[in-house]
Design a protein around this ligand. Structure first.
Ligand SMILES: [Zn+2]
Length: 241
């Protein structure tokens, strides 16, 4: 299978599973083994996981796909990403510290796990899912707070407790299975590998669990829409658009 995916990638075209625009379900391999209930579980970004030993042929035959993606769902997700506010949010996050391609793939995995209809692919569910994905994967808490003003508006300080309850409900609705493997994220990306959100690769400056910034929770104040991207001394991101 690995070679097959690589082959799709090399051809730089969409996965054969989505070649048809018909409502043929797209099957991927099972979504993530449950890693644990703790929100402290983090996926390492930098080192690749060592290859697993080859599964026994019987176990391979018995493995049933648990993630079935319809083209309407993938299309609805990309339409949601095209939302003006979400596009501005992604533009603001130039270093991809809050919403890199893996975190965005996790959002889609959550939508599937919780069984949202395409009508529920909306801003609020996007931001709540992205917040939970950050909880799962990121060691620095400060950056994810930037989600609050984008999701809740200028009154975010009075509304964020309810936002956090939404996150808890989402987590519970997934039976506390919020970990998503790197491999699963990459399989989601391979459904439409050329989409621009999958180009959101985080710089090595921000990879891994190493902190490059002094940790001071009072240093960072969420800003929300209408501001320039967060200045990053490491990447020396220019402040001009
Ligand atoms: Zn940076």
């Amino acid at each position: 299978m690995e070679g097959q995916y690589e082959e799709w990638h090399k051809t730089a075209g969409p996965s054969p599973l989505v070649a048809s625009k018909q409502e043929t379900p797209i099957l991927t391999r099972p979504l993530v083994p449950h890693v644990g209930k703790s929100l402290l579980s983090k996926r390492s970004r930098t080192p690749e996981r060592p290859p697993h030993p080859a599964p026994c042929p019987l176990a391979k035959r018995m493995k049933k796909p648990s993630l079935i993606v319809k083209t309407t769902e993938m299309d609805a997700f990309f339409r949601l990403i095209d939302d003006d506010l979400i596009q501005d949010f992604l533009w603001m996050d130039r270093c991809c510290r809050i919403a890199d391609k893996y975190l965005l793939a996790m959002v889609f995995a959550y939508f599937k796990r919780v069984g949202y209809s395409v009508q529920q692919y909306n801003r609020m569910n996007f931001f709540v899912s992205l917040y939970l994905a950050n909880d799962m994967e990121e060691d620095e808490d400060d950056m994810k707070y930037e989600i609050f003003p984008w999701a809740l508006g200028v009154d975010w300080r009075s509304r964020y407790p309810r936002f956090l309850r939404r996150r808890d409900h989402l987590w519970e609705a997934m039976h506390y299975r919020a970990a998503v493997s790197r491999k699963c994220c990459e399989e989601i990306m391979l459904i439409a590998p050329l989409h621009n959100i999958w180009q959101r690769l985080r710089s090595d400056n921000h990879a891994g669990a190493t902190r490059h910034y002094p940790k001071d929770e009072h240093d960072y104040e969420p800003r929300g829409p209408g501001y320039e991207p967060i200045y990053c001394a490491l990447c020396q991101v220019e402040m001009i658009s």
